[in-house]
Ligand binder design. Sequence first.
Ligand SMILES: NC(=O)c1ccc[n+]([C@@H]2O[C@H](COP(=O)([O-])OP(=O)(O)OC[C@H]3O[C@@H](n4cnc5c(N)ncnc54)[C@H](OP(=O)(O)O)[C@@H]3O)[C@@H](O)[C@H]2O)c1
Length: 224
Amino acid sequence: MNGRRPRVLVNCAVSLDGRLAYAGGARARLSGPEDLIRVMRIRAASDGVVVGVGTVLADDPSLRVHWELLGETGGRAPYRIVLDSRGRTPEGARVLDGSAPTLLATAADCPRRFPEGIERYRGGTGRVDLEGLLGDLADRGFRQILVEGGAEVLSSFFRAGLVDRATVYIAPWLIGGHTAPPLLGGPECPDAAATIPAGPVTAEPLGAGLLLTFSPPGRAGAPL
Ligand SMILES: NC(=O)c1ccc[n+]([C@@H]2O[C@H](COP(=O)([O-])OP(=O)(O)OC[C@H]3O[C@@H](n4cnc5c(N)ncnc54)[C@H](OP(=O)(O)O)[C@@H]3O)[C@@H](O)[C@H]2O)c1
């Protein structure tokens, strides 16, 4: 990457014990009403909203701005961006419904064809090359993207040092168990040396939960 990339915001919601979803990855609606409005404001201010294909398969999200929550009838729609190395996004997925600009990011050799109108980034061996994708988005004029998950994608962005600011809403309940995904997936962390520094964390009450904000140090490349 030549250092040009959009600003990368991360946002997600977790239970008090740090789970992104229910057992086996079943979708959990963790945001309260105040948090939903906050997330819609960030989506509306971003050029793209990013998720992994795991989230598409588990949740089938629309990734659209719900303008009515912002008291508006409409506005500029951010791109829906799916990291899908092997082209596993189902044909009937909401992100392929053509209702908002959409970009599918695949590995370089992925043969899958997507419906007309769906834009494409190809790069990376095995998995989508995140830095290549961010450089491509910068070339398209993207200034800010919002990465919403899930656990694998969040891990990749944090471990690559590509997160400029993260907000995590903590819902006031616990999930527990062994199969509910935690905030971060990715490689195992064997010791303190392999942890990801978060930098100073601020916390503020939001509805019945808590909003954490932090900007991890040591990010790679400079945002535009
Ligand atoms: N609470 C929240 O805020 C929130 C938000 C979003 C999702 N979720 C939850 O998160 C869960 C899904 O998380 P997940 O970890 O299974 O899936 P995910 O992070 O959404 O997607 C992971 C997949 O993305 C693909 N990918 C492509 N390039 C990648 C890269 N460079 N780095 C990482 N992944 C890449 C990989 O599949 P390929 O190799 O096949 O491409 C990978 O398996 C669901 O339970 C969902 O409900 C919660």
